[in-house]
Design a protein around this ligand. Sequence first.
Ligand code: BGC
Length: 485
Amino acid sequence: MPAPPQSRPSTGTAAAGTASAARPRPAFPPALLTVLAVVLTGGLLFGYDQGVISGALAGIQARFGLDPLLTEVVTSWVTLGALLGALLAGDLADRLGRRRAILLAGALFVAGAALQALAPLALVLIAGRLVIGLGVGIAAVAAPLYAAELAPAALRGRFVSAYQLAITAGIFAAYLVDGVLPGANGWRAMLGAAAVPGALLLAAALAAPESPRWLMKAGRRADAQAALGRIAPDAPAAPQLDAIAATLGEESRRATWAEVFGHQWRRPLAVGLGLAIFQQVTGINAVIYYADQIFAAAGFATEAAQAAATTWAIGGTNVLATFIAILFIDRLGRRALLLAGLAGMGASLIVVGIAFRFALPASDLGAPPEAGGVAGIVTLAGLVCFIASFAFSLGPVVWTVINEIFPGRVRGRAVAVATAANWAAAFVVSQTFLSLADALGDSATFWLFAMFCGVGWVWVYFSVPETKGRSLEQIEAAWRETQTA
Ligand code: BGC
C-alpha cells in the first residue's frame, strides 16, 4: 500500500484542516453547530436508552409479570439491536451517506419509542426495544464517524469527547425522568420520552450538511463544494476538494472484510476489540442498568431513596467525571487515564463486594434486606468511585482510541466491528448479571468484574500504544513499522 501523502488529513475534513493552516477561520460557522448538534443528540439518545431502563423495570415487571429471564431480555435487547445496528451501520453510512444513515437512526428511535410506550404485550415491548436498539447501534457508529469527517482537525478530539459527554448527560436525563415519573404506568412515559431526542436528532440531521468526503466519493463534486462552503466558508474550496480527491484515490478501493481481519492489521484490531470488550466486562452497564436493584439490595429501602442514589451518585458523577477526561486526555495521554481508571474501578468493586459479603450476608439483588446502614453507605461510596474511575478513563478513552487507531482504508469497517463487539459484550453482561448474582452471589459477581479490571490493566499496560498528540498518519505509520521490525 502506498504511503499516504504528507499533507493528508486524517479523516474527511482533513481538507478543512489543511486550509485552516493557511488562514484562520471563524471559530464556528453555523453549519458546524448543526454537526455538533447531530453528535450531541446522537450521544444523548445512546445514553438515554442505556439509562432509562433502570427506573422503568419495576413497573414493567409488575405490568407483565416478568420472570428474571424475561426481565433480562427486556433490559438487554436494546443492546442486541444495537449490536446488529452497529454491524449494518458501516455499509449503510457508505451507501446512503452519513447524514441519511443518521436520519434513519432518528426515525428508528421515534418508532421504537412509540412501540415501547404503547406496548399492550411484553412481546411488543421487546420488539420496540430491538427497534430502538437498531437506531442506537447505527447512531453509535455513524455519529462519531460523521463528526470525525466534518470537524476541523483541531477540534476533532473535543468532538469525540463531546459525544461521550452527551452519552453521560443522556443517562443522567434518563435517571431524572425516571425519578419524576413514578407510578404503575410511569414506565410508558419514561420509554416513550426517547422520541423527543429522536425527533431532535432528525431535525438536526435535516439541517446539517452531508459529509463532503462522502459526496466526493459518490462523484458529486458540486454538492461537496456546497457542503464545504457551509462548514468552512472562508477557505477556498478547490484545494480542499483536490486534497479529498487525492486521499480518496488511495482509499477508494474499500477494504474487504478479509483485509479488515487480515494479518496486516491484526494488532490495531486487537487493540480496538480489546478496549471495546474490556469497557463492558468490567461491569459498567451492570451498574448503569441495575443501579436501582443494587441500591435496593444494599438497604436503600424506598423507591425514592434508590432513585435519588441512582440519579445523583451514579448519573451525576458520570457526567462530572467525564470533564476530567476532557481536561487531561490530551495532556496525560490515553494510557495514563486507562491505567488509573482501571485501578480505581477494580479497587472500588472489591470494596462493594466486601460490603455485600460481610455487611449484608442475607442480601440478594432485587430482594431488599433490612435497612443496612453502613453497608449502604459503603456500597454508595464504592459505586461513586467506580463510576468516577470509569468516566475519566474507559468511557471517553475507549471511543477516542477506537476512532483513531485504525488505518484509513479499514477504518469504517473496523470501527463498526469494534463497536459491535462493545455492544455484544454489553449484551452478555446485561443479559447475565442477575443470573450471575443469583448463581455466584452478589459479592463474587462484583469480584468477577474486579478481576476483569486487573486483567484489563495488565493487557492495557502491555498492548495499548500511546496515541496522544500523534496524527492519524503517524499512528498508521507506527503500525507499519512494527510490521517490518
Ligand atoms: C459505554 C456505555 C456506557 C456509558 C456510560 C459508554 O462509553 O459505551 O456502554 O453505558 O459509557 O457512561
